[in-house]
Design a protein around this ligand. Sequence first.
Ligand code: GLP
Length: 241
Amino acid sequence: MIKVIKVKDYEEASDKAFEVMKPFLVPGKVLGLATGSTPLGLYARMVKDHEENGTSYKDICSFNLDEYAGLPIEHPESYYSFMHRNLFDKIDIREENAHVPSGLGEDLEGQAKKYDAMIDACPVDIQLLGIGSDGHIAFNEPGTPFDSGTHVTDLAESTIKDNCRFFDNDISKVPTQAVTQGIGTIMKAKNILLIATGANKAQAVKDMIEGPVDVACPASILQKHENVTVIVDEAAASLLK
Ligand code: GLP
């Protein structure tokens, strides 16, 4: 079941997301984390809470959703760098507990299977998600089977265009493949929190919540999960009935 929380704008969405996340910021919890511009406000609030209230991540473990394939981790736009810059380096999570899938190596599919095995051993308590303008979650593009595990994927043309802004607006610099948790992996999380803001997400939000459960909109599978909270701002909610 999807519980929809409508808020005014990005700032309110980030406040609300922090409220939902807060009970999970305690020792022993496993967080599923996401990249993209959407979670930045939430991460800033988590950092502030760590600094001001001493909330500790020493006994918290995290698993990120995805990583570009073939991009060196020191590249500023690798999801490894993104997570360190925006969250991990500003809180006290242990490096060995903060997992980001690797997009480098000889055997990406083999590594992906090991990533799933690690998640199975430490089930995710709350998975944070953004949504792509084409309805993708993590890098599960339209057409991805709902039972997929972590895997290597080609990025959709629209996703490459959307992410161009992070690569000097030069489409030739955007990686064309990624390693991503599968939809089946994501669905194993006990709770899911998806944040969507901005008008360019409105159609994807409508398809996710009101459309049929269909691989054409990967996020529509969330209708089948027991415990999903979707936070939408006015612009992203504009097409909802
Ligand atoms: C990328 C990520 C997704 C993210 C999406 C939306 O494709 N792999 O996890 O949800 O972008 O990004 P943004 O939050 O910047 O709109």
